[in-house]
Structures are given as C-alpha cells and as structure tokens.
Design a binder for this molecule. Structure first.
Ligand SMILES: Cc1cc2nc3c(=O)[nH]c(=O)nc-3n(C[C@H](O)[C@H](O)[C@H](O)COP(=O)(O)OP(=O)(O)OC[C@H]3O[C@@H](n4cnc5c(N)ncnc54)[C@H](O)[C@@H]3O)c2cc1C
Length: 284
C-alpha cells in the first residue's frame, strides 16, 4: 500500500529536529532507518502529518571511545557498528546480537537508536543493552537527561523517550575481555526472535566470576535473568553447573503465546538457550 500523504523535513542539527517535534506535537514522527516505521506507514497503521528524517543529523552518527565506555550515536547503522573493531573488542555481546538481525540490506538501513526507541520486545538489541548496563541520553525541550537501561524499556513499544524527545546516544560500559554469546531461536532464517538469550561472562581458569544475562521476547520488554546471574558466580563453566543455574531463567517472566509457540514453550526455551549462551560465552 502507499502511505497517506505527509510533509517531510530533513534537519541537519538535532536542535532543529527537536524544534520541529515540539512545533508539531503528536502529528510528527521521527524517521531513522525506516525499517519499522515505513512498513507501518505503508499499511496506514501510522499516518503522521510530518516525517522528521534524522538521516542528515551528523552529530547522531558514529561511535566514540569515552574511556570506560563506547558511546553509540542513535543514527549509527547496525552495519557501521559491525564494521567497528572497537565494538568487537569491548562490546562483543552487542556485536554478536547485531549479527543476527535480519539480512544485509536491513542491517545497512536499520539504526541502533531506531531499534531501541522502537522497543519491539522481539528486537535483538534490548537484551544486550540491559545485560551490558547501557544508559540512554534523551534530548527534550528542557535539555538532556540520562536514563539507565532498566528504566528505559517501559512496556510493549514503550520507552522513556517522551513524545517531544529524541534519543541521541547510548553509552555502553566496556566489557573488554568478557566472553559473549547471543543465542537466538527461530524457525526460519532471518526471522525475529521467538526467544533469544544474551549472555556475557567474565571467567578465569574455568570458573565464572561474573555473568550478565538478558532475555529477548520473554515479556513486554527485554528482561534480565538476575537469579541465573547470581547462581553462576563462582561456578565451574561445565554443562551440569550451568544447566542447574540456567533452570531459573524463566523466573519472573511473562512470555507471549502466539503461532510460534505458547508461553510454556518459551519458558522452556529460555532455560535451554540460557545454558547454551552461557556455556558459549564462557568458552566451554
Ligand atoms: C523484514 C524485517 C526483518 C527484521 N528483523 C529483525 C530482527 O530479526 N531483529 C531485530 O531486532 N529487528 C529486526 N527488524 C527491525 C529492524 O531492526 C529495524 O531497523 C528497527 O526495529 C528500527 O530501526 P530503524 O532505524 O529502521 O527505525 P525506524 O523504523 O526509522 O523508527 C522506528 C521507531 O523509532 C522512532 N525513532 C527512531 N529514531 C528515534 C530517535 N533517535 N529518538 C526517538 N525515536 C526514534 C521512530 O519514530 C519510529 O517510531 C526487521 C525489520 C524488517 C523490515
């Protein structure tokens, strides 16, 4: 289908983009990579009067090293992230999750900020953002504020970004030397996650010293498997020990039931995928 008619603006600064949002209120919509927004506009499930394209705002592009963290501009594409060696060195989990997203054309078009602002619970970056302790910078009429990942995701397609606000960058603390794995369960290639598990592990001499585990599509937002994380500390990275710790992966989750699987199946998947992800992250 063809989208409903709309006005188009392509500002070159984030301040200009914000001014357009504030002037037009809920009639305006930000456009990042367009991979999620344009399909819903074509189906006329969303018909903004003004589309504000962030594609020419240079300050939202790129990845910078900020000492103990990498800071990723909201308009950085998945492919630019994958092409940056620093991401593989310091944020291996994020690279592993990004590699699983769709296909090359979508990875060239889709952006890190667009995906996280969209907050689809089956999206692949949210669980890694949680597990890595990311924080989000949001610009609004009264200035900039920073929100931790635990508060950023607020529900189905809902985040801490308000109507007249722009997500400008995401700060990821470096996890240099941590092993990482993103275990994604799909029925056909290039599918969205039915369930996926993001695990990053600091291990020494075969013992897990610290672990961070995020779950994709196990509720209306990405979730942390904190009981698994606690159970893994001090454990040997062996099949039996990790299986035991992973048994509580579905605790406190509320997965959906749909044509890809019911909630019980997803709970079972969460334990299996957590075991696999942690063992792979620990190099076992
Ligand atoms: C066929 C197909 C398969 C896909 N498979 C996967 C998959 O397996 N895993 C996965 O994770 N994703 C998948 N995606 C989604 C893809 O990752 C999208 O790119 C992503 O969800 C949205 O990113 P975008 O840059 O395209 O954002 P857009 O579509 O441009 O925007 C998405 C939403 O975020 C808002 N927004 C964008 N930028 C900002 C900002 N800076 N501040 C505030 N709000 C903003 C927009 O207004 C819009 O509401 C798939 C998409 C398609 C079309």
């Amino acid at each position: 289908m063809i989208p409903a008619q709309f006005e188009y603006a392509a500002p070159t600064t984030v301040e200009e983009a914000l001014a357009l949002l504030i002037d037009h209120g809920d009639e305006a919509k930000l456009l990042a990579g367009g991979q999620s927004l344009l399909p819903v506009m074509r189906m006329r499930m969303n018909a903004p009067e003004l589309v504000v394209d962030l594609g020419r705002v240079e300050s939202l592009q790129g990845i910078r090293d900020d000492g103990d963290a990498l800071v990723i501009g909201a308009m950085t594409s998945y492919q630019a992230l994958l092409d940056d060696p620093a991401v593989h060195e310091h944020l291996l989990l994020l690279a592993k999750a990004t590699e699983t997203i769709a296909d090359p054309p979508i990875r060239h078009g889709g952006t890190v900020g667009g995906a996280l602002a969209h907050a689809d619970p089956a999206g692949d970056l949210g669980a890694s953002a949680l597990a890595l302790g990311a924080s989000f910078t949001i610009l609004g009429g009264s200035g900039r504020r920073t929100v931790p990942a635990e508060e950023f995701f607020q529900g189905l397609f809902e985040t801490a970004v308000g109507e007249n606000e722009i997500l400008t960058e995401i700060r990821f603390p470096k996890h240099t030397g941590w092993g990482a794995h993103y275990e994604k369960f799909v029925r056909v290639s290039h599918q969205w996650s039915i369930v996926a598990v993001a695990a990053t592990v600091r291990a020494s001499g075969g013992t897990i010293e610290e672990a961070r585990v995020g779950l994709t599509n196990m509720g209306d937002r990405p979730l942390r498997a904190t009981s698994v994380e606690q159970a893994l500390v001090g454990k040997a990275a062996t099949e039996d020990a990790v299986r035991e710790a992973a048994a509580s992966a579905a605790e406190g989750t509320s997965p959906p039931s749909d044509l890809n699987g019911d909630a019980d199946f997803r709970r079972h998947l969460a334990t299996v995928l957590t075991r696999r992800a942690v063992l792979a992250a620990a190099g076992a």
